[in-house]
Ligand binder design. Sequence first.
Ligand code: NAP
Ligand code: MN
Length: 266
Amino acid sequence: MPNRRNLYFFYRRDEELQEKLLPLFDLARKYNFTVVKDFRDANVIVSIGGDGTFLQAVRKTGFREDCLYAGISITEHLSMYCDFYINDTSKMVEAMANEQIKVRKYPTIEVTVDGESNFLCLNEFSIRSSIIRTFAMDIYIDELYFETFRGDGLIVATPTGSTAYNKSVNGSVVDPLLPCMQVSEIASMNNNSYRTLGSSFILSGDRTLTLMVVQDGNEHPTMAMDNEALSIKHVRKIEVKLSNRVIKTVKLKDNSFWEKVKRTFL
Ligand code: NAP
Ligand code: MN
């Protein structure tokens, strides 16, 4: 990593973990990296924790395209965004010493709520009824009115997010080399009044998905971008599309997406 020498570590500040990290900081310095205190000075951002921590690391540092992100697992198994073990530094050394580091690029999605608030998601955007009653939305693909959904909610997942919430509702696992987004239902009602496709569908990166929340007293759904709740209470129109921002991670010999899927699920 010849031009990326400023490292920022993102982790939960607890004493036990802090102690475990000291050898890691020393290792970074040994390879001529500078450990910076402010993420704005970084060009490599290292998350220490699980996938949830990685999602937070990306969000709290602003989805930076000029940075390389890396995830270090603090458990004995690796997760989808974590390619390094805290107790095995050999792969980290390999990556740090490598002059020609290769990168993997993960697509993100961009969500606009009521034409003003913009957010990026690395896993998914999810919207669900926050009360016992169902809620309804008219769904458009580009200009086309597609269906009216009534039920618990919807998930719009990125390819790397396809193995998370999306997978729990029987969505497909999607290769991150495909720049696209997947729409999956959470408990849709299907009867003579309401009809939805019933299966997940995958949209090309050139399309826009628009959700018009039916204003029938249930227009206060719970919305989330990855693992963070949106504080917006009242919502009318949500637009989701692929962002031109990507998240770059270190490409290693054994960390292709399908290797991760295999080691996580099979
Ligand atoms: P959490 O509730 O602690 O974690 C949910 C689990 O999903 C954790 O085991 C987490 O891994 C894992 N995970 C996160 N991103 C993943 C990915 N891209 N592929 C496979 N597994 C993934 O919350 P969290 O750790 O902050 O993670 C947030 C994510 O949880 C959300 O983005 C959403 O996808 C997912 N979620 C799932 C459900 C569901 O399946 N019913 C419901 C709500 C949210 P780690 O243990 O390594 O953190
Ligand atoms: Mn977690």
